[in-house]
Design a protein around this ligand. Sequence first.
Ligand SMILES: [Zn+2]
Length: 80
Amino acid sequence: MTVCAKCNQQMQPLKNGVCVEEHASFGLYRIWMADAYQCEQCGAMVVTGFGLAPLWEYFEGPDARPGDPIFARFGEEEPR
Ligand SMILES: [Zn+2]
């Protein structure tokens, strides 16, 4: 269960299976699949439910990156 701490409401699934970029100091590090939830009251959104392993890691090279659209980005590098 995912709860909005501001509204004390259970957040609702927005989209299952979203692509998320994880950045490190050197740039894009990993790409994960996860689920997006949203609070119906205030609109706050969170990404949770990450898979056990990333879809892609930097050492696999740019050609191995999945072509799915990226839903969210996080990490040390400034988001684009
Ligand atoms: Zn809320």
